[in-house]
Design a protein around this ligand. Sequence first.
Ligand code: NAD
Length: 410
Amino acid sequence: MNNLNKSDIYFHTAADHLQISDRIRTLMLTPERDVKVQLAIRLDNGEIGTFIGYRVQHDSARGPMKGGLRYHPQVDDEEVRTLAQLMTWKTAVVDLPYGGAKGGIAVEPRSLSKGELERLTRKFVDQIHDMVGPDTDIPAPDMGTNGQVMAWFMNQYQKYHGFQPACVTGKPLELHGCEGREEATGRGVVIIADRLFHQLGQSLKGKKVALQGFGNVGSFTAKFLHERGAIVVAITDVRGGCQNPAGLDIPELTEYAKTNNGVQGFPGSEPVTNEQLFATKCDLLIPAALGGQLTKDTAPLVKAKYVVEAANDPTTPEADEIFHERGILVVPDILANAGGVTVSYFEWVQNRSVVHWPLDEIRAKLEQRMNAAFDAVWQISQQSNVTLRTAAYVLGIGRVAKATELSGVS
Ligand code: NAD
């Protein structure tokens, strides 16, 4: 089964619940535009490097399309299509005036020099600049990209279209970026985890957590878990992992990871593999790295009672079923990691109004929106006796279906 079919299963479960017609389903599942471009650049050694870039614009029923730009060797048509679709439902779940898109380049960014990465990004903009923009499709950082890549993107885009800071979000603060954008996805994940335990009459404080991934999302998730009194007992990244049943010192680990290229070998901890991480004795498991990590093979290992999906598409439908049967509660990606796109929306609004909001205001607005989205999903789940994933899809695709029907087709 490929990725596209997998995510369609979640869609159809919710669409059955909403009694959406076959015609509207086809309309909603078919991407509006699906583009693949060749990117040839001059490498530092004088050779020509050729790469493939992708941009899928899935649905614009609720507004301009929004979605990250991923630089990773596994980027391909199917992955980008799946992630674009997830963005459509995600922006609807948090009620942003957006549709969904996604893009990427099949490349290992660590294998390129900074100059090569800049040339690759600019070449990609050359190829797609006429199909993206503040009113059509607004990229943002994802795996393997960051504020620097967004700055190059904006600079190249502006060569064609003039001053347009809202053409991309996740920019550095010095270049029309937004306070708190870098931390936003991790902050949102922890707001959602906190709200979950609150709804259950428990507290995040004192809960033991295992975390996969220590990049942008994973490291900020760990920081805010620590700040709210949770105990992070195990973390893995692409190179290895570290664990300590008594809790890892997150501020020290963050410094250590910067100078040691990852979390492995952190003094006072034991090594841990991904499989061992999934099997860690803890209350909460947070995947914050790649998609497709929780499968029919790894889901039975999980000891946590709760999973909060910080990564996009980390759980296969087979694993989702196993979690359901085992009574493990899963907060889905389209709700849990929506903090990033929410603060991207705040950045876009500020860019378009030429204003700058302070960090406190951004954090308060984020907390309010994430809690409102969680409560709406929780309520559907309780009222309709469905999983939190189905409830989030019911909320998200219900809003998109309504907008699609109201707009009509000429
Ligand atoms: P990143 O590139 O900053 O970090 C990725 C992390 O995953 C790194 O720590 C890397 O070492 C780790 N990793 C990679 N392969 C691994 C493996 N096989 N085992 C264990 N760890 C591995 O990326 P990010 O921006 O933190 O994104 C992480 C996830 O969150 C992705 O699924 C992304 O789509 C999702 N996401 C990101 C944002 C955002 O704002 N950056 C928003 C929403 C969702």
